[in-house]
Design a protein around this ligand. Sequence first.
Ligand code: ATP
Ligand code: MG
Length: 695
Amino acid sequence: MGSARQSKLRPSLLEGLDPEQRAVACAPRGPVCVLAGAGTGKTRTITHRIAYLVDSGHVAAGQVLAVTFTARAAGEMRARLRRLGVEGAQARTFHAAALRQLRYFWPRVVGDRQWDLLEGNKLRLVGQAANRLGMPTEIEVLRDLASEIEWAKASLVGPDDYPAVAGRLSRDIPEPAARLAELYRMYEKLKNDARLLDFDDLLLHTTAALEEHSAVAEEFRDRYRCFIVDEYQDVTPAQQRLLDAWLGGRDDLTVVGDANQTIYSFGGASPRPLLEFTRRFPDATVVRLERDYRSTPQVVSLANQVIGAARGRPAGSRLRLVGQQPDGPPPRFGEHDDEAAEAAAVAARIRELLDAGVPPSEIAVLYRVNAQSEAYEQALSEAGIPYLVRGGERFFARREIRQAMAALRTAAAAEPDGELVPRVRQVLAGAGLTESPPAGGAAKERWDALLALVELAEELAATTEGAGLARYVAELEHRAAAQHPPTVEGVTLASLHAAKGLEWDAVFLVGLAEGTVPIQRASGDGDAVEEERRLFYVGVTRARKHLSLTWALSRTPGGRPNRRRSRFLHGLMPEDHPAAKLARPQPKSSGPKARCRVCGGALTATMEVKLGRCATCPADLDEDLLARLREWRVERARQLKVPAYVVFTDATLVAIAEQRPTDDSALVSISGIGATKLERFGAEVLAVVRGADGP
Ligand code: ATP
Ligand code: MG
């Protein structure tokens, strides 16, 4: 890149970037990998990189294909590119990109055999398949079966290989693997017979078209030359294979991601391609970003603490974020009697923020599962606060939206082209959209939802030249399938998964109780708990300034207070916070009060006291250290001619391997180690913990 070339650039383009970000933006074409934490400007950097490459004449905008994982994030990327003045670069989700390509290449690959997207009918088809095979058809089971089929397809595992792979990975599934394979096969057959494609098929078929049809591949590769992937830590094998087919042996690929934000492992995603990028492309430019431009130091510090407790492979790549924003308020913690009380308190606090001038669109309530939204919808409605549920089925499941879509479909069939926005307004007027909003309540909510459809039409008209009703309805169908509702001005209610990549001034993380965060089904499995921890980290790092963390002790008003706050909150609360003390009812025994080092709750069972944590709280056991401690104990017991347990019991060794004490005082705080043992073995044990050789 000569300076003559650079001088043609708009000077502002690189000014908004720090030196490392600039290095990414200006790197020559070829492999580039950015490994960086939340809020460090990854997304900002890649949009600037695209603008830079285009401005400096390295590539034409139309040759750029940028992909990410949620439709909302892709929309955000398109908006940022537009603001940078880049016209014509594609920014899409993997699925949307594949859908577009498949539509285009299909006639050449398959001929005129038509197909449709399966969209919302998937569970029904899985149900039909289950029914034919005499398998259970309860909706919860079907959901699990459907997501297992999705996992298999995303992981490029076909029905024939499924039993062996599922066995090897000990997949937790509701049916025997061989039966599931039969169901998978039946589902595929029913789907093919009906000429339907599911979401995963879009990736698989597009990949096949590129891999098997050289003319298709040539045309594609001539068209797209420069590839960018955001949130690369969540790539699935099926997506990676499509990406490889796009590249076709070329290496003009920029990837950015944060392994500590991997939150789709359960769906087959893996941070491995990100972490092993330089192995695949030894010449890659690699950049790490540490400065967090999003959040206040108060939020950043909490985020660092959350991810600092992580274990496992992604944790090895974490970097400490360094906050760049001015100081803000400390994060707030709140323990409530029940969920309704929690939701009411959140709504009251949101009211305060709104009164203080924070716009509703800059506030989000994030929860673990979509079912949690109901309590917040109710509390916000009661408080007269506008809101929008994102990432759920709800927007498209609303009655007025279903009716409006039916009307729009009919109108599109009659007149597919023509001026979009006035047509949409006209159709929606028939579906109940009045000129001015009704006063409050459910009617206002319906009005807001319908208005969002108009705004979507405006957005489409602004970004896609000549888009008519047919194109608009296709976009709606696609969004309905992807559960990506359009924007409504209001407080965002979203699941933690749907919040990835986004940011708000104020974030409320709610329902932070054991069983919800981490989710019940993850509790027994170390990897699954780690994924939940990363999900919590994603939530924390969405906040620019105001962060609230709340939980409820019981589900229903007057119910038994049988819930405990999430283990992930351990150590985050200031010592003097009232909730820090009243974690659990005190035991009656008058003995020394042991407390769980994970959740802070009182310990009563002997084994729990020994371990220093509740049996249900997660162990962060260092297996390797435990093995070394056992070896040391065998040797020492042999020397002393005593049984091994006289040196230390198993429970004590486990406690040492979990707590990794670094000094005498940490060591004596472990149950089973008193003054005598400390004197006899303390130095040796600490040496083993440090990794030095024993005696
Ligand atoms: P995530 O991991 O959550 O996706 P990210 O690394 O993609 O985060 P961005 O969303 O790109 O981060 O940036 C976070 C915020 O910081 C944005 O508001 C962005 O505009 C801002 N930002 C990024 N880099 C800079 C910079 N050099 N100067 C000022 N603001 C910046
Ligand atoms: Mg991002």
